[in-house]
Design a protein around this ligand. Structure first.
Ligand code: ARG
Length: 578
């Protein structure tokens, strides 16, 4: 579409100079973004609104449109078959020959049609998922995990080198608590058997007991926990071994979920990794006089930037979450020399990121503006907010399991003889959850309704996967596709499908610019709708005209390739058959 818009822009620009003189030329650069898509394609495929020009040209918009129309009709812009006037708009009809060429180009480039090279030679670091060890991996982590991974896939598709980092929450006072709880109530066998669930219940139990003690004015457990964490920080071997074990047990569990999602990370360097990298940064903060002592703690005052202070060291000298993030950012810059470093977390952490980004800036690091926080809204199920600390949470693995069970039942009923039944049920169940989640703008709060997510007739993952499988089976039956001719009498439905497919590069570009995977999920639905209309109205295999059949099959291949790629870009698998 971009090339076409450029052609139109140049034609309008030179026509304007010819009509009204060089001084009143409409600059070609401003035109492509001003072009609109008419609400009804019967009016045309692209529209140029003349309203804004009426002041400079001192002329009513319909008159401007009429003058341009007369001039442009003499020599049509390349790729345009007709120019029409509609009130103050100048409407352009795209030529069938252009759409035929486009169809060939799409089929030729296939899965790479929406790719870019603006990321070549640049590196993006993406920090996402990052659950806290020994805490449940719950539905609140769905956002960071799938938005983060989609952004990684999208950046890769634009040529960037991508480093996906799971910044595990593997350090902090919770380990002191866990060690105390383990000694008091835990057993090696139970943990080996029940994995992270056992850790979570130990953690929940000690939190409850600490709370009960607090209410009774006692703090034995809290003190013991702090002491165990201090021992851990000082390198006590026994505690270190326990810490590592807790971490391994948790990771093994998370990896099951990552496998279902098809996600791998390039690094699992969590918070603990930065322990020895913080002193250097703390020293810089001191040397630059950026820190001050406030009630014993060391902080960076951010009042001038309308933010509460950023906490660097507690009064006992121990480090905090922002301290580790600062050290991690410096490490990543040195190690990966990133062009962007992206952090995906819930919007609840927006202030945290704004604060330490500012601190990095004040420290004089000139790459502070390459740090991006990508926030997202909350998830609830059936209107209920999800608790985090009490253990009363919906685990991601349970959510997926429910979706997979339901899909298995649907497949059992509709297509019991399918091969790879289990694999298909998993791809569709997990895909349904992800698609539903990524369908709305990321900042919107989501109320998760399982039956809506699984509705094969809604704007859902199963609908998109089903459409993909349909294109696949058509192409399988068709075998080799012959060379398609130029089609000179495309139907409105065929035109619509070609135009929809041709938008793929624009969609991937804006999804990256806005860091918004929903641009891709919505686009996938546009493709499905356009394809299914085409499928109903235009016979493919039974089409008698050989050239037309080749054209329709070429289009079908374009749908399969682009839809398949689009789904992959948002972490969704697409079985060949459903
Ligand atoms: N572990 C944190 C949490 O679960 C998220 C970490 C995000 N990344 C970061 N570099 N702070 O809330």
């Amino acid at each position: 579409m971009d090339k076409l818009k450029q052609n139109i822009a140049e034609a309008i620009s030179s026509a304007s100079a010819e009509i009204w003189g060089e001084a009143l030329r409409i600059p070609a650069d401003n035109i492509p973004d001003a072009l609109e898509y008419p609400p009804d394609t019967a009016m045309g495929d692209l529209a140029f609104p003349c309203f804004k020009l009426s002041r400079t040209l001192r002329m009513a918009p319909p008159k401007i449109a009429a003058s341009l129309h007369a001039k442009l009709s003499e020599t049509l812009p390349t790729g345009i078959s007709e120019v029409r006037i509609a009130g103050g708009y100048l409407n352009f009809v795209i030529a069938d020959s252009y759409l035929s060429d486009k169809t060939r180009e799409i089929a030729e480039k296939g899965r790479d049609f929406g790719a870019h090279d603006f990321g070549k030679g640049k590196t993006v670091v993406l920090d996402y998922s990052s659950p806290n060890v020994a805490k449940p991996f719950h539905i609140g982590h769905l956002g960071t995990t799938v938005i983060g991974h989609s952004l990684k896939m999208l950046h890769k598709y634009a040529g960037y080198d991508c480093i996906g980092i799971n910044h595990l929450g593997d350090w902090g006072t919770q380990f002191g608590k866990l060690i105390v709880a383990y000694h008091k109530w835990g057993s090696k066998e139970a943990i080996e058997q029940n994995g992270v669930d056992e850790l979570v219940s130990l953690y929940v139990r000690i939190n409850n007991e600490i709370k009960a003690e607090e209410e009774a004015g006692i703090k034995t457990l809290a003190d013991e926990s702090r002491a165990e964490f201090t021992k851990l920080e000082q390198g006590d071997e026994e505690n270190l071994a326990l810490w590592k074990w807790f971490k391994d047990i948790s990771l093994a569990e998370y990896e099951k979920t990552y496998k279902q999602l098809g996600i791998t990370f390039d690094s699992y360097n969590g918070e603990a990794f930065y322990t020895d990298k913080m002193p250097e940064q703390v020293q810089i903060l001191k040397d630059k006089n950026l820190m001050k002592i406030d009630a014993g703690a060391s902080i960076v005052d951010l009042e001038a930037y309308n933010m509460p202070p950023c906490l660097i060291l507690k009064s006992d000298g121990s480090t905090l979450y922002p301290t580790r993030d600062i050290a991690a950012a410096v490490y990543r810059k040195r190690n990966y020399d990133f062009d962007k470093c992206i952090y995906v977390t819930s919007a609840g952490q927006s202030l945290h990121f704004a604060q330490w980004f500012k601190v990095v800036d004040l420290m004089g690091y000139d790459w502070a503006d390459k740090l991006y926080h990508v926030p997202y809204g909350t998830v609830s199920i059936g209107g209920e907010k999800l608790a985090t600390r009490t253990g009363n949470v919906i685990l991601l693995r349970d959510l997926f399991a429910t979706a997979i069970d339901k899909c298995r039942a649907i497949i059992e009923e509709k297509n019991p003889n399918i091969e790879n039944k289990e694999e298909t049920a998993e791809a569709v169940g997990v895909g349904a959850v992800i698609f539903y989640y990524l369908y709305g703008n990321r900042m919107r709060d989501i109320n998760f309704i399982m039956n809506d997510a699984l509705d094969f007739n809604g704007n859902t993952g199963p609908y998109a996967q089903y459409t993909y499988a349909r294109t696949n089976s058509i192409l399988e039956k068709a075998g080799t596709i012959g060379e398609m001719p130029d089609v000179s009498d495309m139907t409105a439905t065929e035109r619509e499908l070609v135009k929809t497919l041709s938008l793929f590069p624009n969609k991937t570009e804006s999804a990256i610019a806005e860091m918004e995977p929903s641009i891709i999920t919505r686009y996938a639905i546009d493709i499905c709708n356009a394809f299914n209309r085409f499928y109903q109205e235009c016979p493919i295999m039974t089409c008698e005209d050989e050239g037309r059949r080749a054209f329709r099959l070429t289009l079908t291949k374009g749908v399969r390739d682009i839809l398949g790629r689009a789904l992959e870009l948002v972490c969704i698998k697409h079985p060949d058959k459903i």
